[in-house]
Design a protein around this ligand. Structure first.
Ligand code: UFG
Length: 339
C-alpha cells in the first residue's frame, strides 16, 4: 500500500512510518514542521533504509494536499496525525484548536476522496470517553463532545464527522484509533518524542529531569482513590501503537470502525517514575504537588476489540518504554534541534 501520513514527521507519525516501511508499504510524510524537524524524516530513512519523502506544508490546506497527491500519489490510504495536541493550551486557544484539528480532516478528505483513496485512519484519543467510572473503557463506553477541553472535543467532533462521511462513501474504510498514553521511542534511539519547552506529559518530564535540564519530577497528587494514591494511566509503547496502524490498514473493511489502542494495564505515576529510575540506574529528585486541574484518577482501556478484529496486541511494557525513551534522550539531549 502507498500511504500518505499527514503529521508524519511527528512522534507517532515517524514511528508509524517505520512500521509501515518495515511491513513493505510505501510512505510519504506531509508535515508543516510546526512541532517537529525535517531531520525526523531523514531518521526514518536511516532506520529502514527506504525512502520516506517529506512534503513540507499544512495538511489543512487543500492546495498543499493536492500538491502532495500530484507529486507523490496516487495513495491507497491516508493516516491523519496532523493535529494540535496540548490539552492545557487548547483551553486557552480554542479557535486555533478547532480550526486546525478540523480543517486538516476536511482538506485531507476532500482531496483524498476526489483522488480515490480506499482507507482513512484517524488519530483519536481515549479522552473522548465521558464517564470516568466506566473502566476499563471499551469502544461501547459512552462518549461525548461535551468534554473538559477543546483538544478532546475536537477529536470527538472529528469522529462524528468521519462516521457521516463513511455513511455516504460505502466503499471507504474509515478507522478511528483511540490512543491511550503513548510513551517510549524506537529502540535505535534515532527517533522519539521531542516536545518544545517544558513538557506537559509525564515521561518526557521525567526524562528531562534525568538528563539534568529540569530539577525534579512533580507528582500531581498522591491522594487519589488508587492503590498508591497517584493517577493510573494506560501507557502504550509508541512502537506497539505504530504497529496498530499497520494492522488497522491491513484489516480495514469498508465502513466506520473504532478501536482502542492501549495495553489494558493501569500503571501509577509512582510506578512509571520507578521504572524510569530503573532504566537510568539512579533515583531521581521528586516531590508531591497538588493535583493538576482536569486530571482524572484513572483511565485505561480494554484493547480486546483490536486483538480480536485486527489481530493486534501490545508486545512491549513500561520497562521497554523507559529504556527506549532514555536511550533516545541520551542520544539526543536537545532533541532533533541538536542534530
Ligand atoms: N503527571 C505528573 N507529573 C507530571 C506530568 C504528569 O504527576 O509532570 C501525572 C498526571 O497527573 C497523570 C499522569 O501523570 O496522572 C499522566 O499524565 P500525562 O500528562 O502524561 O497524560 P494525560 O493522561 O494527562 O494525557 C495524555 C495526553 C493527552 C491524551 C491523553 C489520552 O496528554 O493528549 O493522554 O490519550 F489525550
Amino acid at each position: 500500500m502507498r500511504v500518505l501520513l499527514a503529521g508524519g514527521a511527528g512522534y507517532i507519525g515517524t514511528h508509524t512510518a517505520v512500521s509501515l516501511l518495515d511491513a513493505g508499504h510505501d510512505v510519504v510524510l506531509l508535515d508543516d514542521l510546526s512541532g517537529t524537524h525535517a531531520v525526523a524524516a531523514e531518521r526514518v530513512e536511516t532506520i529502514t533504509g527506504r525512502a520516506a519523502p517529506l512534503v513540507v506544508g499544512n495538511a489543512a490546506d487543500d492546495a498543499v494536499v493536492t500538491a502532495a497527491f500530484d507529486e507523490h500519489g496516487p495513495f491507497d490510504a491516508i493516516i491523519h496525525f496532523a493535529a494540535f495536541k496540548a490539552v492545557g493550551e487548547s483551553t486557552q486557544k480554542p479557535l486555533e484548536y478547532y480550526a486546525n484539528n478540523l480543517d486538516s480532516t476536511f482538506a485531507l478528505l476532500r482531496v483524498g476522496l476526489e483522488r480515490g483513496i480506499r482507507s482513512f485512519v484517524f488519530s483519536s484519543t481515549g479522552t473522548v470517553y465521558a464517564d470516568p467510572d466506566d473502566l476499563p473503557f471499551t469502544e461501547e463506553s459512552t462518549t461525548s463532545v461535551d468534554l473538559s477541553n477543546p483538544y478532546s472535543k475536537s477529536k470527538r467532533m472529528n469522529e462524528v464527522i468521519l462516521a457521516d462521511v463513511a455513511r455516504v462513501n460505502p466503499e471507504l474504510n474509515v478507522t478511528v484509533l483511540r490512543y491511550f498514553n503513548p510513551v517510549g521511542a524506537h529502540r535505535s534511539g534515532l527517533i522519539g518524542e521531542d516536545p518544545a519547552g517544558i513538557p506537559n506529559n509525564l515521561m518526557p518530564f521525567v526524562s528531562r529531569v534525568a538528563i539534568g535540564s529540569l530539577e525534579r519530577v512533580g507528582i500531581f497528587g498522591d491522594d487519589y482513590d488508587t492503590p498508591d494514591g497517584t493517577g493510573l494511566r494506560d501507557y502504550i509503547h509508541v512502537v506497539d501503537l505504530a504497529d496498530g496502524h499497520v494492522a488497522a490498514l491491513q484489516k480495514a473493511q469498508p465502513g466506520y470502525a473504532v478501536y482502542n489502542l492501549g495495553t489494558g494495564v493501569p500503571v501509577s505515576v509512582l510506578e512509571l517514575v520507578a521504572a524510569f529510575e530503573e532504566a537510568v540506574g539512579r533515583e531521581l529528585p521528586k516531590q508531591v504537588l497538588a493535583r493538576r486541574p482536569g486530571d482524572v484518577a484513572a483511565t485505561y482501556c480494554d484493547p480486546g476489540k483490536a486483538r480480536r478484529e485486527l489481530g493486534w496486541s501490545t508486545r512491549l511494557g513500561i520497562d521497554d518504554a523507559c529504556r527506549d525513551y532514555w536511550h533516545w534522550q541520551q542520544s539526543n539531549p536537545s532533541g532533533y534541534a541538536g542534530a
